[in-house]
Ligand binder design. Structure first.
Ligand SMILES: Cc1ncc(C[n+]2csc(CCOP(=O)(O)OP(=O)(O)O)c2C)c(N)n1
Ligand code: SF4
Ligand SMILES: [Mg+2]
Length: 320
């Protein structure tokens, strides 16, 4: 019989306010399974403030703070200083922010937190738009996607610009650990959380978070759409520790991106040529990732006492 590796502890309680099928709710649930109860979470304005805190209740079984949307990086730097001053070094400090609050509005505070080497985990859960305020496009909205501010009327055909590469921005700060996570692959997800928990220093998770109302699909399809995102190459799974990149879900061949696009109403208007362009971009991104894995990290230590290494280790998580 297969060994169950997902911790049974539940720190997201039933009765929270997420929509059915919310990928962001699954993300928090798996994150706290991996981190445990000695955790403080700081959440800016985003869907998760609504999900967690219909006043005067909270859906989380850990300490929770609300912070302004632009301030998550600064907030967790302050919380880290406070728990250290209180003599609580075993507490894990987490910022849990949306893509708008991270890749756009909170980018400065994130950069500062990474540069100061704050001992905390910053999470960007990526539902690819400003969902809480009504599905407005963000820097993380993919090219071609419909949102309420990138409509499909007249000359408008969804978002004209490409998705902002938040992992590249974060990796330029040389965090001790950064990874992409997807709730549709829970064992890979929890393993990465448990790995990061044991490494002091600035850490970053980019979490894929399908959103049924915002992406225009029915709520039972969340897990399947998440699997398709990774298996088409739209959202590859990898981790970077001490500068060394490792793909954690290897694929001998990618599924056609069309299998992912066709499941979501936000892409329903795309022409054949637009779909082909997205397919080419995804293939190019996957090849670039594989090249980065084979090249190895740049020279120099990422954290004191840790020498940068020269090549990738073999992946232990495989497709299947
Ligand atoms: C400075 C500031 N600007 C705008 C808002 C309004 N606001 C609240 S939640 C939100 C959406 C945030 O989007 P994202 O970070 O992607 O999280 P999501 O709602 O998608 O979960 C916005 C724009 C705000 N609270 N503060
Ligand atoms: S709008 Fe999307 S991200 Fe927000 S609670 Fe609903 S499903 Fe989750
Ligand atoms: Mg969002």
């Amino acid at each position: 019989m297969a060994r169950l590796t997902i911790p049974p502890q539940e720190l997201v309680h039933p009765g929270h306010a997420a929509c059915p099928g919310c990928g962001a709710a699954l993300a928090m649930r798996l994150l706290l399974k991996g981190l445990g109860s000695r955790t403080v979470v700081s959440v800016p304005a985003c869907c998760w403030t609504v999900i967690a805190t219909p006043y005067p209740t909270t859906a989380l079984g850990v300490a929770l703070l609300d912070n302004p949307i632009e301030s998550t990086g600064a907030s967790i730097s302050g919380i880290r200083a406070a728990v250290d001053a209180l003599g609580l070094p075993d507490v894990t400090v987490v910022g849990f922010a949306g893509d708008g609050g991270t890749a756009d509005i909170g980018l400065q505070a994130l950069s500062g937190m990474l540069e100061r080497r704050t001992n905390a985990i910053y999470v960007m859960y990526d539902n690819e738009a400003y969902m809480n305020t009504g599905i407005q496009r963000s820097g993380a909205t993919p090219e071609g996607a419909w949102t309420t501010t990138t409509p499909v009327i007249g000359v408008g055909r969804g978002k004209p610009e490409r998705k902002k590469d938040i992992m590249a921005i974060v990796l330029a700060h040389r965090p001790v650990y950064a990874a992409t996570l997807n709730p549709s692959f829970p064992e890979d997800f929890v393993r990465k959380v448990e790995t990061a928990r044991g490494i002091p220093g600035p850490r970053f998770f980019h979490i894929f978070a399908p959103c049924p109302p915002g992406w225009r699909f029915t709520s039972e399809a969340t897990i399947e759409i998440g699997r398709l995102a990774t298996d088409t190459g739209v959202f590859p799974l990898y981790e970077v520790e001490d500068g060394r990149l490792r793909i954690t879900r290897r694929l001998s061949s990618l599924k056609p991106v069309e299998e992912y696009l066709s499941r979501q109403g936000r892409y329903g208007h795309l022409t054949g040529a637009e779909r082909e362009r997205i397919q080419a971009q995804v293939r190019e991104g996957w090849e670039r990732l594989r090249r980065e894995e084979s090249v190895g990290p740049p020279p120099g230590p990422v954290r004191p006492g840790v020498a940068a290494t020269s090549g990738p280790e073999p992946a232990t998580v495989d497709s299947g």
